[in-house]
Design a protein around this ligand. Structure first.
Ligand code: PNS
Length: 166
């Protein structure tokens, strides 16, 4: 049985991430989306919110589950009894960082392989950071996010901007 972990910050999950999750689900027996509790960044959404958002939109895929993790990715992958890590590659600029991460993980855990899926061309420009910037300037989000995620991003931005004016 091939179990894959697709790790990330998912703040928020984009249609680019969804494309990778869907394609991985078709290739693997089981997929675990690992949501990193990232202390070094101040996320727009809490860990619980990011997990819930993902759970809601991957529910239609029977072999995908969502879990959170803290600490080293390789430890989480072992805990999940998984053997593969999946990452999306949007452009050559992603490659150096991704290669470094995959090689480091392989030294720490030689039993775990990282595989890369090239992002669908329609999403090759897309990142959570860009989407957040668009949201803060009240731009359209529907081309980048699942409708339920877009709604939650808009609401969160309104809350933050509302607070700033008081
Ligand atoms: O969506 P992101 O932020 O690009 O995902 C990065 C992620 C979560 C895959 C990476 O930061 C990670 O694996 N963090 C866990 C800590 C770890 O294992 N670090 C060593 C890897 S070289």
């Amino acid at each position: 049985m091939t179990v894959a972990v697709y790790p990330g910050s998912f703040d928020p999950v984009t249609l680019g991430h969804m494309d990778i999750i869907e394609r991985t689900a078709h290739m693997m027996d089981h997929v675990i989306v690992g949501v990193l509790k990232n202390n070094s960044k101040t996320p727009l959404f809490s860990l619980e919110e990011r997990v819930k958002m993902l759970e809601d939109i991957v529910a239609y895929l029977g072999n995908v589950e969502v879990r959170s993790f803290d600490g080293l990715l390789v430890d989480f992958v072992h805990q999940c009894n998984a053997n593969v890590v999946v990452r999306g590659l949007r452009a050559i600029t992603d490659f150096e960082y991704e290669l470094q991460m995959a090689q480091t993980n392989r030294v720490m855990a030689p039993d775990i392989d990282t595989i890369f899926l090239t992002t669908n061309l329609s999403y090759s420009y897309l990142s959570s950071t860009t989407v957040k910037e668009i949201a803060f300037f009240h731009g359209p989000l529907e081309a980048f996010l699942h409708p339920s995620v877009a709604e939650q991003v808009r609401k969160r931005v309104e809350e933050i901007q509302g607070k700033d004016t008081h």
